[in-house]
Design a binder for this molecule. Sequence first.
Ligand code: PEP
Length: 256
Amino acid sequence: MNKTLRKAVIAGNWKMNKNRKEAQALITELKPLVKDATCDVVICVPFTNLETALRETEGTNIKVGAENVHFAASGAYTGEISADMLTEMGVEYVIIGHSERRQYFGETDETVNLRTKAALEAGMTVILCVGEMLADRENGITEELVALQTKVALKDVTKEQLSRVIIAYEPVWAIGTGKTATADQAQEVCAVIRNVIANVYDKEAADAMTIQYGGSMNAGNAEELLSKPDVDGGLIGGAALKAQDFSVIVKAATNG
Ligand code: PEP
């Protein structure tokens, strides 16, 4: 697979961390460290930090994303945020279907699909998370499960819209556990995902699809993971909270 056909993207997922002051400090430290990045750099931050992040990254190469979005345009959905609310602020990216949302907040493949379509219709770029639980891997169904999650999430997404989708392969057993998938395991599943895209859309779409690995990627293991032909970037949790570590991962990723 030719990596020059697609963009390398390193995205941080801050999860429920950092107050405004801490967010400002982290971004201030990060800016000079990633200013010469040859990949796209995104930070996905809690809703309460979006305004700070947008202000602090203005005129830089760092893009800002949210960590979730609702599928309705507006209405009686207490506590939720719509895609238009995000785009009105200038937020371009959004993580959808993170395993923590699936595990703790009842997210299903169907709601992931609804959220994905809503975000794409609003013009956003979606970081779509898929990945197996440890039991799925042990039962030997990783490939089928991830293929299924990918297909359902992208149901009725057009090829044009697909150009604004990044898929993050995140084995749930590797998220926040310090247990990283081996580079070969990451490559294997990222290749399966690319194959799904080729089958559902076409080879051109598959070649252009940015597929990230996520799950305890850090300054020490990023280079090996990112050297794999189908691993085009990373979705980074813990290591995104430290500017130095995040910037080492950014440097390990090169744009196609
Ligand atoms: C994540 O939250 O998407 C993630 C990959 O977390 P961590 O890097 O901490 O495993």
